[in-house]
Design a protein around this ligand. Structure first.
Ligand SMILES: NC(=O)c1ccc[n+]([C@@H]2O[C@H](COP(=O)([O-])OP(=O)(O)OC[C@H]3O[C@@H](n4cnc5c(N)ncnc54)[C@H](O)[C@@H]3O)[C@@H](O)[C@H]2O)c1
Length: 275
């Protein structure tokens, strides 16, 4: 299903760890649609993950390490990417999330504040750092599109999501605020995509993820959006067909966000309760 939607466009894809990653699927589809890409991830993830395999599948896309909390790393990445492309870029996927509190199963009400600050730095401020670096280095063409992946815990409480809820709320706010400034300054668009629960390394780290996934699937009229669906949505956001969309949080969740309760879920609860 390739339409050369991104022909001639160049961009950076952050966060492809393994073949389940949303960024992995987006990288493959972006190249299928004619884009040229640079792949980036944290240095430790490059050692542990499979990004070199992905690079081969993406016309040997350069793999450039960057810890997204380090402005120096991001400046080097943007510099090298522009050298590689021979000019400015057109899109960026921010697919980065990590909470040390979630990883160590520390309850929200007993949070470790150093960890909490790391969660915010890695999962939210990193978007600001990417945008500010690109703006200062004038790295993005007019009508470029920056997309960051989010989750509905930014708006509603999902207890197992822990401090990632605050991180997503902050990230969505950064997308709105920076979208305003970058829009006026350079016509660059910034949006977040709020994706269904998806079976990936980051997703499965959330406590009770399997039940969570099943619940969302039963609640959503279209079912959960898959990682492949997410990749396709991101491509649309990178394309010129969405050039007037900016500062938005777009729900990509099969209808979950606007459903109060679904009949299949009621029936399942009736069955379980024997009523
Ligand atoms: N899986 C889900 O259920 C789900 C749902 C909605 C949104 N999201 C979001 O989608 C994004 C991608 O997650 P995924 O589900 O594909 O899982 P994933 O684990 O494959 O991707 C997360 C990525 O973040 C990278 N990362 C962590 N710390 C970093 C740092 N300091 N610098 C640079 N990169 C760093 C990891 O190396 C990894 O590649 C995340 O923002 C996540 O919160 C996931």
């Amino acid at each position: 299903m390739a339409h050369q939607l991104l022909k001639g466009k160049k961009g950076i894809i952050f966060g492809a760890l393994d073949e389940r990653s949303m960024a992995w699927k987006t990288a493959l589809r972006a190249v299928e649609e004619g884009a040229e890409i640079v792949l980036s991830n944290a240095p430790i993830a490059l050692r542990m993950g499979k990004i070199n395999e992905l690079s081969k599948l993406c016309n040997n896309a350069p793999v450039i390490p960057a810890d997204a909390t380090s402005v120096a790393d991001l400046e080097a990445l943007v510099q090298k990417s522009m050298e590689h492309f021979g000019g400015k870029m057109d899109f960026i996927l921010h697919s980065i999330g990590m909470s040390p509190n979630v990883r160590k199963a520390i309850p929200y009400t007993d949070t470790n504040y150093d960890n909490f600050l790391k969660t915010l730095d890695i999962s939210a401020l990193s978007l600001h750092k990417v945008l500010q670096t690109c703006m200062k280095m004038d790295a993005l063409n007019e009508w470029s599109s920056v997309v960051a992946l989010s989750y509905i815990a930014a708006q509603r409480t999902f207890p197992g999501y822990n401090d990632m809820a605050e991180a997503k709320a902050l990230m969505e706010s950064i997308a709105r605020s920076f979208g305003y400034h970058y829009g006026f300054a350079k016509k660059v668009r910034v949006n977040t995509v709020s994706q269904s629960p998806t079976i990936t390394t980051a997703g499965s780290g959330v406590s009770g993820f399997d039940a969570f996934f099943h619940y969302a699937d039963k609640m959503s009229p279209l079912g959960n959006a898959s990682a492949e669906d997410c990749a396709n949505f991101c491509l649309m956001m990178f394309s010129d067909y969405t050039r007037m969309v900016t500062m938005q949080n777009l729900f990509h969740d099969g209808g979950f966000s606007n459903t109060g309760v679904s009949q299949p879920l009621i029936e399942e609860m009736q069955q379980n309760a024997g009523i």
